[in-house]
Design a protein around this ligand. Sequence first.
Ligand code: SF4
Length: 409
Amino acid sequence: MEIKKIAAAKTMRRLMAEHFYELDRAVKEGWPKVAWCTSVGPAELLRAMGFLVYFPENHGAMLGATRVATETIPAANAIGYSPEVCSYMTSDIGAFLQGRTPLSDAYEGIETIPKPDVLVYNTNQCREVQDWMAWYGQHWDRPVIGVECYRGVGEVTDVHVAGIAGQIEALVEPLEEISGKKLDIDRLREAVRLSRQCSDLWKEVLETAAAKPSPLTFFDSTIHMAPAVVMRGTQTAIDYYGELLAELKGRIAEGVAAVEGERFRLYWEGMPIWGRLRDLATLFLELRTCVVASTYANSWIFTALNPDDPFRSMARAYTELFIVRSDPYKEKYIQEMIELFGVDGIVFHDAKTCPTNTNSRHGMAQRLQEQLGVPSITIAGDLNDLRCYSDEQARTQIEAFIEQLAGRG
Ligand code: SF4
């Protein structure tokens, strides 16, 4: 069985190439200035201030997907970064130390990752992103600034929002000094408006998977989320998701399934296993099982963004994120996803080097099974470090799980 290709992927590949060539040109010509930003950092503010924005986690995912990561992680381990900490970070720093980047293989003429003028983080994912930025900041002697978020948030209150909004506003002055320009609030409103529109379209794209059969798999979404990560706040991302959405709606209208003869529908909880996306997509295809939705791809939905209230709405959007929420909130969220997408079971990925985005370690799977009657499996693995993942073990577990679902009638 062949994985069904999404035609819009061709457009996406062109847009990603343009994104990286634009950054490369900016560094070579010294203008516009380049800001590094963590994947759910305040990208809208950076765009409004005229920076081109580069996302190191996207580069980390490229290192994982190309399976280069396994060769580069040891170089970071050798300078004191534990094999237990984020393998996006260790593979990225290791690749830099080895003078390698998948960008050079994919895009002729690009020799290295773009050197930043400033590095901006938001610890809403984890503390690692701050350490990661700090390493490069020190290496190139560039300023590292950012936002420290709340964790374990139940209800997002005005106190949370005020605290984060204040921190985002405090970034303006140092960014003005670096960019040499004053912030134009209308440009910020515009960036927030574009980002919100991108987020709404991305949400619609993901929700097409509620159709039965689903026109989209989790594995497709890990590829097609790239513009939502690296181009949110631009018209380009909006145009792209308009094209992708039209294609998926066309599939629904014609009854085209991403997984032919779809028997079961699963939810993926946790990080992707980047170096095994194709293998896993093929395995589920053979089992006629569609992984229809995931917390991961949903993480770039920011419904709170509001151009009329840019700072506070950014603060709210970045605090409403699943990853910083309490377990009761997360369980309620997953329950809603199970209902929305008609899910038969959950695959938890216990990512060795990403405890922050692993939710199977404190009894959540068992609680959900008890409350909702939805069975699950937990696969041990990692986002980038394939030494933590066993193909055989994962295959055996997944096949047994599907048999179990079949046995439930
Ligand atoms: S959330 Fe996990 S994968 Fe992402 S940067 Fe943090 S530790 Fe790494």
